[in-house]
Design a protein around this ligand. Structure first.
Ligand code: SAM
Length: 287
């Protein structure tokens, strides 16, 4: 059966509120599974499996899968479509909200191999992309990485080079946890219904040890302050964002070997790491 027939036979009508754009072209999930740099049998936590297009490709490649889907009608469809795989223990399907993931969801994902670091995967609904990635980064020590389909513009931000318009706080926050790379571009005609924008599949590998090993809460505060008013000089944005005097902000930046007159988008992760360390040494952790 085609992907479209699984959905229509189950009476599914795409719901905009749930960001439902279903992958119809079976070549795309197959390419995602083939190009991602995961071990062949790595367990996968799939977010928003929909009618199971990616789930099918993951299972066919031998990945044990635990998936979390918010739409109860799709949960029923998945249970029927993959009854054999569920029976064999290769797949578990959970009705739930990916924005309320718990540690048990990771434990369920690695049920056959409790020592494994699973991957998160999914063709993500746009509104949950940032909170889900932030959740993944917070759990990076327990995860091998994430393979996610996102809007192309959003993908450009995660992959952006320093000193470009797309370079932003989520770029640096991503670099602090992950090594990102683009796996595949996906056109609008691959989906039902056609989305308004193009998509890209990214691999975000979480290295061990992580790229940034300093105080994450302090780095987050500094990024928020620095990029909150990205057109302004760092000496000003840090003074207001960190609630310190401008002279203290200038000293801090000089101590971290950063130009006080520079803008946030010219600083690399290493610069922000030195700035975080200098701030911690002077003022302690923000938590
Ligand atoms: N993976 C399927 C595919 O590629 O055809 C569906 C992708 S569709 C873009 C997004 C899926 O995420 C839908 O199945 C939708 O119901 C589900 N979803 C939306 N919000 C969710 C949430 N907060 N938690 C879990 N699933 C969610």
């Amino acid at each position: 059966m085609s992907e479209r027939s699984w959905l229509t036979a189950a009476g599914i009508r795409p719901r905009k509120r749930l960001g439902q754009n279903f992958l119809l072209d079976p070549k795309i999930p197959a390419l995602i599974v083939e190009r991602a740099g995961w071990d062949p049998a790595a367990p996968v936590l799939e977010i928003g499996p929909g009618g199971g297009a990616l789930t099918h490709a993951l299972l066919a490649a031998g990945h044990p899968v635990h998936c979390v889907e918010k739409d109860p009608a799709l949960v029923t469809l998945l249970q029927e479509r993959f009854a054999n795989e569920i029976e064999a223990g290769a797949l578990s399907v959970q009705e739930g909200d990916a924005l309320a993931l718990a540690d048990e969801d990771l434990t369920r994902t690695v049920r056959a191999d409790p020592g494994a670091r699973p991957w998160v995967a999914g063709n993500l609904p746009y509104p949950i992309t940032t909170p889900l990635l932030v959740w993944c980064y917070a759990h990076a020590p327990r995860l091998a990485g994430a393979v996610v389909m996102v809007q192309r513009e959003y993908g450009d931000r995660l992959l952006a080079r320093v000193d470009t318009r797309a370079y932003s706080s989520i770029t640096v926050w991503t670099r602090a946890h992950a090594e990102p790379r683009s796996l595949l571009r996906v056109g609008r005609s691959s989906f039902w219904p056609r989305p308004g924008v193009e998509s890209v599949v990214l691999e975000l590998r979480f290295p061990d040890p992580p790229p940034f090993s300093g105080d994450r809460a302090a780095l987050e505060r500094i990024l928020r302050a620095a990029f909150g008013q990205r057109r302004k000089m760092l000496q000003n944005t840090l003074a207001s964002g960190l609630a310190i005097d401008k002279t203290e902000a200038v000293d801090l930046l000089r101590e971290a070997e950063c130009d006080p007159a520079a803008r946030a988008e010219t600083l690399e992760l290493n610069d922000f790491a030195r700035l975080t360390a200098a701030w911690g040494a002077r003022f302690g952790s923000p938590e």
